[in-house]
Design a protein. Structure first.
Length: 277
């Protein structure tokens, strides 16, 4: 398995002059996801939790809906210049009767760590239909609990403390109990790892949960949450217009700028009763 962090020498400039010092960087390596031996996508990710990432990717792309839809997941023999396995190619075999990925799921180009939708074969393929719609989830959530999640997420970011260069996604219950946190150089990879964890641990659909992300709320993150049945998505930063549109269509509560004791709620305010009443 590749390293999560890498040490590199840097020259630090300050009013006191220049000095050479070691720095810790978040590792970034490609992961090729194959299904039945056929390449499906390449994403730039932080090594670790790759099986979760691949399962989460297939779930949020609508390829699978249950962990039993995947028979095996194994690393292929991809080697570096020294003949060592890079652990950068993961092949998943689908169970009998599970249809292979549709053409629209395939990426025309590799997926970068900052953009998960880039290279979609067709825009229509992005608007996937979920098997676990969050629209019928009547769970209510305390705004006070939601505003406490960014601090809880930040405290669980172990690799961020040493690198400052990773996104995070965390899954919480309505009472604020943390279920899982994953970090990655790509925000969409962090979410896929969380969704893969949930799938492998029989938590799908994610009824009564909150997905908290450390950055902005993009269209794709809303889509991934909707595909897993997440009723509430909160983000430290802003959502995009398309993310808000999809959240509304999906019956999801979407909140952005969740900082301090405030937030902006863009959709689904009915799930957030006024704590003062």
């Amino acid at each position: 398995m590749g390293r999560v962090t890498i040490r590199r020498p840097v020259v630090k400039l300050s009013p006191n002059g220049r000095r050479r010092t070691p720095d810790v960087l978040a590792a970034e390596e490609p992961l090729e996801i194959r299904v039945g031996g056929k390449a499906l996508a390449v994403t730039m990710r932080t090594p670790g939790h790759d099986v979760e990432l691949a399962h989460g990717f297939l779930l949020t792309e609508g390829v699978i809906g249950d962990k039993e839809d995947v028979l095996t997941a194994r690393y292929c023999d991809s080697v570096d210049d020294n003949g060592r396995n890079t652990y950068n190619v993961l092949d998943l075999a689908l169970a009998p009767g599970v249809p292979p990925p549709a053409t629209g799921v395939e990426r025309n180009f590799y997926t970068t760590s900052s953009c998960g939708v880039c290279g979609k074969a067709a825009l229509d393929a992005v608007r996937l239909k979920t098997r676990h719609s969050p629209a019928g989830d009547t769970t209510t959530f305390s705004p006070a609990v939601l505003t406490a999640l960014p601090d809880a997420l930040r405290q669980a970011q172990r690799v961020f403390d040493s690198t400052g260069g990773l996104h995070a996604a965390g899954l919480f219950r309505a009472d604020g109990t943390m279920l899982v946190v994953r970090e990655d150089v790509g925000r969409h990879n962090a979410v896929d790892k969380v969704m893969g964890w949930a799938l492998l641990n029989d938590h799908i659909p994610l009824t009564g949960t909150v997905l908290m992300v450390s950055g902005r709320a993009s269209f794709e993150l809303v889509q991934k949450a909707a595909m897993a049945g997440v009723p509430v998505l909160t983000a430290v930063s802003a959502p995009s217009s398309l993310a808000v549109e999809l959240a509304e269509e999906s019956g999801m509560t979407l909140a952005g700028f969740v900082r301090g004791d405030s937030m902006n709620v863009y959709t689904g305010i009915e799930r957030l009763p006024d704590d003062r009443e």
